[in-house]
Design a binder for this molecule. Structure first.
Ligand code: SAH
Ligand code: CA
Length: 213
């Protein structure tokens, strides 16, 4: 389901800075060689993530759901000079590919990529996160939110992707993932610790700013 008319989408892309060569390669390789390439953020969303990160200028970013590393490299563009991005993914099959991409980027020393279950890894991380990008299994969005919210300082941001879930959030009868996304969106809306805006871009990006502890 297109949230925006395809011609306007194309016009918007034509007036958005292009991807750099490495991101183009990751986009191309992922579409040609990896299962479920639709999960990759892509040109427009990647530039939005980069733009947000450049506005926030985070010292520490946590990404939950690396996939082929595309969004991690977009978010890393906004890091402070000695900032760090920790990115987590459970899929071991993508590990060597993703490590190669990160090594080819200017951020290789700043990216800490860990392969494993994010639900188990996050509680072992001791730092705070100025910016969090939640983009792993939809069923666990609310759990990820609960795991990170106390580690985000006041004024820090959490982003969650795919919160419109191809428009299925409007359906009455829903599957497990849709139910989880709807519950997550409602939980955030009712949580006075954050101010939030749901950007109806691509598959929906929920932007949250922590305003109260
Ligand atoms: N952020 C990427 C896309 C992520 S796709 C981009 O925008 O380009 C979702 C990823 O979440 C998949 O690679 C999947 O392996 C990962 N994932 C699913 N469950 C997970 C879990 N429990 N812990 C860590 N990663 C998980
Ligand atoms: Ca996504």
């Amino acid at each position: 389901m297109d949230v925006i008319n395809p011609a306007l989408q194309k016009y918007s892309e034509d007036h958005t800075t292009s991807e750099n060569d490495l991101l183009k390669k990751i986009n191309r390789d992922t579409n040609a060689q990896v299962m479920m390439p639709r999960m990759l953020s892509g040109h427009m969303q990647g530039r939005i993530l980069s733009m947000i990160s450049c506005m926030v200028k985070p010292s520490t970013i946590l990404e939950i759901g690396t996939y082929t590393g595309y969004s991690a490299l977009c978010l890393a563009e906004g890091l402070k000079p000695n900032g760090k991005l920790i990115t987590l993914d459970i899929n071991e099959e993508l590990e060597s590919r993703v490590r190669d991409y990160f090594a080819d980027s200017p951020f290789s020393d700043q990216i800490d990529y860990r392969v494993g279950n994010a639900l188990a890894i996050i509680p072992t991380l001791t730092m705070n996160f100025d910016l969090v990008f939640i983009d792993a299994d939809k069923e666990n969005y609310a759990r990820y939110y609960d795991l990170v919210i106390n580690r985000v300082p006041l004024g820090g941001y959490i982003l969650a992707d795919n919160v419109l879930w191809s428009g299925k959030v409007l359906d009455e009868k829903v599957d497990k993932d849709t139910k989880a996304i709807k519950e997550f969106n409602r939980k955030v809306q009712e949580d006075s610790r954050v101010e939030n805006v749901l950007l109806p871009v691509r598959d929906g990006i929920l932007i949250m700013r922590k305003v109260r502890s």
